[in-house]
Design a protein around this ligand. Structure first.
Ligand code: BGC
Ligand code: CA
Length: 330
């Protein structure tokens, strides 16, 4: 009697352990749900979790680090096995790493890169993303190639490129490095870049539209030879403003080349329509899939090198960008 009870107990315990090991719970913190690129990212994460039989729960940080910190505490006390974090402020990542470390659960950062020093403080802290400088270089090359191929786009014939720069959120590596490397790529192509205006539009279409409207009024479209935006949403906002001024509507003499980054569906459509010159694929699918695979591998104690994505320097998964021009994708 007693023996069979013990056996039953062992059996139940074994069952619990197995179930525990197999059903990984992921707490995923997104800086803000209302972001077109992060929506693509989230969808990829949800799909991959489903495929791996893991349970993923998403929290909307609403662009507020304090809110996100509370959500992280909530996930930890609910007993998640691993965190995936898209920090609101990447410079706050140390506090997040400290929380994960204290709870002894792995943490995979995405899209907003902690410093190498921060990641080095915890052996179970990783980053999945894309090299910001690469996207900057590609977007600058798109503009430079166009400028060279279309002599008339040098409207004032000074050999320099008069451009407007629309930047993402302050402090984001993609805002800093895309801006720098886009301008550098223009210079490397042998064209002198001449910035006529720049502004932070926080990755946001509406803000970019308003800013571009103000720039068009103050500077005049005839004095702008290109618009370089750190992402597609801002590029699309700029295009709205241009269209309201009868630009980029099909008349070749009323056209300003605009480039973005992400290759969101709406940008690809604008490119097909001839409104957007080009963009850079920010591969949300592979970033989403690899972050979930990494999280599940770490949480179940499996080798991170077994997930089909290369781990660099023991900490990073880098997903390459791709230049997208009309004709690449129909
Ligand atoms: C994307 C932006 C997005 C931002 C969010 C960037 O990599 O290009 O579209 O708003 O990430 O952090
Ligand atoms: Ca010029």
């Amino acid at each position: 009697m007693r023996k069979s009870f013990m056996l039953a107990l062992v059996f139940v315990l074994a069952l619990c352990c197995c179930a525990g090991a197999e059903e990984i719970k992921i707490g995923a913190c997104i800086y803000r749900f209302n972001d077109a690129f992060m929506l693509r990212f989230r969808n990829a994460m949800a799909d991959e979790s489903g495929k791996l039989g893991a349970v993923i729960e998403f929290a909307d940080g609403q662009d507020d680090q304090t809110t996100q910190n509370e959500q992280i505490d909530g996930f930890i006390s609910a007993g998640v096995n691993v965190l995936i974090v898209n920090p609101v402020d990447r410079m706050s990542s140390q506090a997040i790493i400290d929380k994960a470390k204290a709870a002894n659960i792995p943490v995979v950062f995405i899209n907003r890169e902690p410093t190498a020093e921060m990641l080095a403080t915890y052996d179970k802290a990783y980053y999945v993303g894309a090299k910001a400088e690469e996207s900057g270089t590609f977007s600058g090359e798109l503009v430079a190639d166009y400028f060279k191929a279309h002599k008339e786009s040098d409207k004032n014939n000074d050999g320099k490129l008069q451009f407007v720069l629309l930047r993402g959120q302050n402090g984001h590596q993609d805002m800093i490095l895309r801006s720098r490397y886009a301008v550098q790529a223009v210079r490397d192509a042998g064209i002198e870049p001449a910035e006529v205006a720049n502004a932070i539009a926080n990755w946001d279409k509406l803000q970019a539209m308003q800013i571009m409207n103000a720039f068009l009024m103050a500077i005049g479209p005839e004095n702008i030879e290109a618009v370089i935006a750190n992402n597609d949403e801002m590029a699309l906002g700029a295009i709205e403003a241009l269209k309201a001024n009868d630009y980029n509507k099909g008349d070749a003499s009323m056209y300003i080349p605009v480039v973005g980054v992400d290759a969101n569906a709406s940008a690809l459509e604008a490119m097909r329509n001839g409104e957007l010159l080009g963009t850079v694929l920010n591969d949300a699918d592979n970033q989403g899939i690899s972050s979930v695979r990494l999280a599940v591998a770490l949480a179940s104690g499996r080798d991170a090198n077994s997930i089909g994505y290369k781990i660099t320097d023991g900490k990073y998964i880098w997903i390459p960008y791709q230049k997208i021009t009309r004709g690449d994708r129909q």
